[in-house]
Ligand binder design. Sequence first.
Ligand code: ADP
Length: 289
Amino acid sequence: MPSTEELLYVDNVFIVVAVLITAMISVVGMVISRLYNTLNESLNQLSEEHEENLRQEQEKIRIKRQLTNNINHELKTPICSILGYLEMINGNENLDINTTRTFVKKSYDQAERLRQLLMDLSTITRIEEAADMVECESVDLSRLIEDVVDDTIPQAQQNNIDVRSVVDDGVVISGNHTLLYSIFRNLVDNAVAYSGGRQVTIQLVRSDYTYHYFKVEDNGIGVDEKHLPYIFERFYRVDKGRSRKMGGTGLGLSIVKNAVLFHGGQIVAQTSRSGGLEFLFSLRKGDVI
Ligand code: ADP
């Protein structure tokens, strides 16, 4: 027969073991519940990421579809015009020579527009989809900007607008000459074509260790603030009729933006102090070769 002391001892051991087991169970419970929460959080995060990826994918598809529709529309317009003029020439034997010439000239203009459109589209595709194949070299921006000023003089004189560069000699970066030319040429061409102003100025505002900061500004009519957020979108035109009449493809500023991004920079459009339009953009200096 165990003594009372022995019984008490067994009782105590039993209580201690029971307390230990309870403590262990509650610790294991806490660990499991924590694991469960972490797992749940991870699953929620994964599903949110999945939804976000899906949303981004759908947005990409939507933009691509919209772009394809826009491209189709833009290509159809000149092709239909050319066909229309040729049909009129073909189907009308008694057409006088002057009218025939006018129709041929109009067909030629539309064919030229088509060529420009295809060139612009190929530039954008090249930057967006084959950026690694775009070659970079040492580019003298001071000279390139002088060339842009010279090349735009005939059209500028016709529109009674003065194009001026305020860029010192010796501004050199590593980049792609064709794309860099496109940036300055498109901005100046647009100011000459649309601004109705008297002055376009290309200015090197400042430079730091990494970037050069440029401003291309005109003193024309500018663009209504409500259009400014969309002005770099493909095929966005402020005045559709006027843009088409001027031979615009609606891709000029989209090329400018893509070319600036390709050169590691940023671009914004805003109303200038004179009420015209100004573009501020940066170009990364890069490792000058
Ligand atoms: P487009 O090929 O029609 O010229 P862009 O993308 O180059 O297309 O320009 C988009 C629109 O922005 C133009 O259709 C024009 O209405 C407007 N725009 C661009 N630059 C200027 C400017 N300097 N002054 C006024 N309007 C401008």
